[in-house]
Design a protein around this ligand. Structure first.
Ligand SMILES: Nc1ncnc2c1ncn2[C@@H]1O[C@H](COP(=O)(O)OP(=O)(O)OP(=O)(O)O)[C@@H](O)[C@H]1O
Length: 675
């Protein structure tokens, strides 16, 4: 029999015919002649001994007489075009949709296919030319037959002609013996189609990714912690600040109700404007907003604002507004520390606040001595009465005297008419804070002592004794014991002041406080809610801060934070180079010293402690070494002291004078620490 090299394609409508012809020609158009016919236009030929491709079962019914003598009849399997189907995804569940096609059968076929592709939740109703009646719908979906949709249809989605699938193409090729020659070509054509489709999907994805990035950047810059969760509370999105509440860990997929304290209720929370909730041991003001689409709740947006910070800001604002001359602004809630020694000290201070005895606060500059004094006053029964601060380092002896004790009219040239009440009188019934008391001139010390002993003041130029009832809190960053030994501070005054001693701890000895204090002040000074310092600065900057010696203590830290808040560029974290140069220099110096100290023997460590703390006893040396991370028992320190004494590097005195370094000792230290 003569070899047939022609393919006959028969479809119901012209539209489908053109689409199928175009597709089949792409694969085998070079090797096989292809002719097409539609039932729509009418069939007049017989296709005996021909190879025939029909576009559906229904075509068979209409063309059976013409193709019964055909050599082979194949039915094309056709798939939906994924490229165009995405519009159907935008339809809401349970929407009534008119499926428009050229025949009843092709309508049902397309409906079946759409359902099998996951569109079960749409209600499809068929529409084809000649249908008796049909369900009125607002939306029509059609595979390439948009021209058939009934008039007045608002929304028509054309998902395009269905594509002849690869198995049908393979069947045709097999029939024409082309599989070996063109099979590769056909499959590569098919692969190309798949690649095209993938590229298209990738582009769509890319667009989604871009808008996601945009949105998450906006959310990350938002000043509060945010999350989205579904109706059951399962978290679907969190911004950076939210993650920092949980120390940077991702919360996606967790249930927000399990993260919040048990009494929290999503429904109730959205009815109230602000609800208080506890998360990871901190209190937050939470507001919940439902995100709705066409009346249905899609998800919830939850905002969290740090309640503790808000409360403190509120207190500061209130005390600033109320600020009068003699008001203490700070309370214990402003004094932050996780350090064991500091916590104990604060507990002690709270107890002392209840009594009236004199307190002496000793500690390095910037460690919060004044803050502590104000907190003690505000915790005491005198809190509603004046808190008067006087700085002994800032004023000369004569001015100090008239400021403290007041003066009578005509007491000296320039004295005010009618005289002036002194600070002791102003502080009557309240507290007087004598800052930098170590700098008080000796002559004034005598007068102070008398006031403390007798509870009366005498104005400059006056004779009258004015009784005063004040609570005294003194502070110094100098070593008063040493000053007593040197003779520059009166021993009797020292004992009079040192009734209730408190010692603040330098920041370098409480590393655990550095980052929380930074976070606290970043939030206060930037006006933004900073949930974790990592939001604000690079890891290297954080490491630097953790190893910085902080000679200016918390005051220095507050200054650095203020500097950072001023220089920080939007969307950029603070890097080391952004820090003020003085702090970088301090850091380097410290590192060198640290290296040297590490190489130093215990004997040298003890010598160093004695050098730094004039007249120190054995027990205090052990404690000081511990503070520096060196554990040496008292017995060993005793032996070391003995050796140092034998080498004449120190003098060991009995009683208060303790151990003192000698000139030889100092020279020895220099040898160790020469760079
Ligand atoms: N534990 C702390 N928590 C929060 N802020 C602190 C703390 N300690 C100190 N500060 C802050 O550090 C700064 C310096 O504190 P303060 O003036 O009380 O130090 P000081 O020891 O009195 O310093 P100086 O001896 O130089 O007078 C202040 O802004 C204070 O609020």
């Amino acid at each position: 029999m003569e070899k047939v090299n022609e393919l006959i394609v028969i479809s119901l409508g012209e539209n489908t015919l053109h689409s199928v012809l175009e597709q089949v020609k792409r694969y085998i158009g070079n090797q096989v002649k292809i002719r097409g016919y539609s039932i729509e236009k009418g069939l007049h030929e017989q296709f005996d001994d021909q190879v025939v491709l029909i576009t559906g079962d229904i075509v068979f019914q209409y063309s059976s007489k013409h193709i019964q003598g055909a050599k082979k009849v194949m039915i094309a399997r056709r798939a939906l075009s994924y490229e165009k189907i995405n519009q159907v995804f935008s339809l809401k569940e349970q929407t009534n949709v008119l499926l428009v096609n050229d025949t009843e059968e092709s309508c049902f076929e397309a409906i079946e296919q759409l359902k099998s592709h996951g569109f079960q939740s749409l209600n499809f109703f068929p529409y084809y030319p000649g249908i008796d009646s049909f369900v009125e719908c607002n939306v029509a979906v059609t595979p390439g037959e948009a021209h058939l949709t009934p008039k007045g249809m608002e929304h028509v989605i054309d998902i395009g002609n269905r594509q002849v699938d690869i198995t049908t193409i393979t069947e045709i090729m097999f029939e024409f013996g082309l599989l070996q020659d063109s099979g590769v070509l056909a499959s590569s054509e098919f692969v190309r189609d798949v690649i095209e489709l993938t590229r298209h999907l990738w582009k769509l994805n890319q667009k989604l990714d871009d808008s996601n990035l945009l949105l998450s950047t906006i959310f990350d810059k938002f000043p509060k912690a945010l999350l989205f969760c579904d109706k059951d509370g399962r978290i679907t999105y969190t911004n950076e600040k939210m993650n920092w509440i949980f120390e940077g860990q991702s919360l996606l997929g967790n249930n927000v109700l399990k993260l919040i304290d048990s009494e929290f209720d999503l429904q109730l929370a959205q009815e109230h404007e602000d609800t208080v909730a506890v998360l990871n041991d901190h209190t937050y003001i939470v507001s919940v907003d439902p995100v709705k689409k066409e009346g249905d709740i899609l998800c919830y947006l939850m905002e969290f604002e740090n309640y503790d910070t808000l409360k403190q800001l509120d207190e500061v604002v209130r005390t600033k507004i109320n600020h009068q001359k003699f008001v203490a602004r700070y309370s214990f809630s402003h004094l932050y520390s996780r350090n064991h020694q500091m916590i104990q000290m604060v507990e002690l201070a709270k107890k002392m606040a209840r009594r009236d005895s004199t307190i002496l606060i000793q500690g390095e500059s910037g460690t919060g001595k004044e803050l502590l004094a104000q907190a003690i006053h505000n915790e005491s029964s005198r809190s509603h009465l004046p808190f008067v601060a006087v700085n002994f380092a800032a004023l000369s002896s004569s001015i100090l005297e008239s400021e403290l004790f007041g003066y009578e009219e005509g007491a000296f040239t320039g004295a005010k008419k009618g005289g002036k009440r002194g600070l002791f009188e102003e502080a009557h019934k309240g507290t007087i804070f004598m800052d930098e008391i170590g700098d008080a001139p000796l002559d004034l010390q005598v007068k102070l002592l008398r006031v403390l002993q007798e509870g009366v003041v005498r104005r400059v130029g006056g004779n009258e004794q004015v009784p005063i009832d004040v609570r005294i809190i003194a502070a110094t960053n100098l070593n008063l014991e040493e000053k007593v030994r040197e003779g520059s501070f009166r021993e009797d005054l020292y004992y009079r002041l040192n009734v209730l001693p408190l010692d603040t701890v330098p920041l370098r000895k409480r590393q655990e406080d550095i980052l929380p204090l930074m976070q606290y002040y970043l939030t206060h000074l930037s006006g933004e809610e900073i949930y974790h310092v990592h939001e604000y600065m690079e890891n290297k900057t954080i490491d630097f801060f953790l190893s910085h010696p902080w000679p200016g203590n918390v005051r220095e830290l507050v200054n650095v934070v203020e500097y950072m808040v001023n220089v920080k560029a939007p969307r950029k974290k603070i890097a080391l180079v952004d820090l003020p140069s003085y702090i970088l220099k301090e850091g380097n110096l410290m590192k060198k010293e640290h290296v040297k100290q590490k190489t130093c023997s215990e004997e040298k460590e003890v010598l160093l402690v004695i050098d730094e703390t004039f007249g120190i006893g054995r027990r205090k040396i052990v404690q000081e070494l511990l503070n520096r991370g060196i554990k040496v028992g008292e017995g060993k320190v005793k032996r070391i002291l003995e050796q140092l004494r034998e080498k004449q590097l120190i003098e060991v005195n009995k009683g208060v004078r303790g151990c003192v370094i000698t000139e030889e000792g100092k020279a020895e230290l220099k040898k160790v620490f020469v760079t």
